[in-house]
Design a protein around this ligand. Sequence first.
Ligand SMILES: NC(=O)c1ccc[n+]([C@@H]2O[C@H](COP(=O)([O-])OP(=O)(O)OC[C@H]3O[C@@H](n4cnc5c(N)ncnc54)[C@H](OP(=O)(O)O)[C@@H]3O)[C@@H](O)[C@H]2O)c1
Length: 345
Amino acid sequence: MKALVIGGSGLVGGHLVRALAAAGWETTATQRTPPRAPPATHRAIALDLLDPASVQALPGQVAGVFFLARTLQKGYRIERESNVRVLEAVLDVLQDLPSLRHVQLVHGLKWYGSTAGPFPVPARESDPVPGAAHFYYDQHALVRERARGRPWHWSTLRPHCVSGVATHSPSNVMLGMAVYAQLMKEQGLPLAFPGSQAAFDARLTYTSADLLARAMLWAATDPAARDEDFNVANGDVFSWSQVWPAVAAAFGMEAAPPRPQALRDTMPPLAGLWSRVVQRDALVPNALPALVDWNFMDATLALAWEQTMSLEKLRRHGFGETVDTPAMILEIIQAYRRLRILPAP
Ligand SMILES: NC(=O)c1ccc[n+]([C@@H]2O[C@H](COP(=O)([O-])OP(=O)(O)OC[C@H]3O[C@@H](n4cnc5c(N)ncnc54)[C@H](OP(=O)(O)O)[C@@H]3O)[C@@H](O)[C@H]2O)c1
């Protein structure tokens, strides 16, 4: 019951270390930046996976490895080569540990070519792999190759738009939407969806970070999930147009029709306004650029076609949990308020 979470300070990792603690695992988690205070849920170690010397600091006694670190370049650019290299470096050190039982990777809907244009929906794990290269395919081949002839198993999970609570994650759609709404409110504007009408109406499956963490634990420990890939999502289909009036109401605002914009251009000038809100309401001091990566938000809003996945395989293998997405969105907004990352309504 010893876990190693590689990338434990991120959005997925933060929810996972809490789920592991609740399930009684003894967890070590890595990140580049050391935490300000020792966490209550796990032991944190700081290392940079791109630095081969620091990878040697990985613990030598682990049963479950959860690999969540994804290297990013400026402007939310995801590079293929370095993302393969970091997994290689970790497996080089861990693959022959006698204690090792399972290595898990978290990939996503991009596996199906979801960002390139409309793709077969709902996406199924058995769908043919699209032609374009992606580090997911290289990592998948690598973990399978390293597992061959060794006593441990692997699994990969494919969520979409992981929804939860984190502060320094660049891929945090819920915090991005909530900060955008707050900034519109501060200017006395109605709440217009910041993407196209097509993106507003697109059918989506999102993944609660809490549900994902429980699915990860299940896949790492249930023999039925060994050496398999699973889509993971809440189990319902929604569109932002369905939930927008409720989101606006949660901020005490009026919902308005979509107003497509490049958030990477329109939001940075509001950094001063955000700092004033932080001071006025004594929020946790987070500067706007550290809180939201607007390039990620633009990339997410550019997905103006259906983004749904089949959960049939996940259900058939034994994981049946569901989450109501509209309720989840409102709960996450409340959680950010409780943590004083967002102001009270
Ligand atoms: N978020 C989503 O909506 C979403 C959707 C589908 C799939 N996924 C997948 O889920 C996985 C985790 O995503 P996430 O959103 O949790 O990512 P995240 O918030 O960006 O977290 C990444 C983690 O990796 C660490 N890290 C990054 N570069 C590192 C390096 N060179 N050395 C050591 N640690 C490093 C980060 O800590 P430091 O920054 O302190 O180093 C952080 O702990 C990714 O593979 C992603 O593709 C995410």
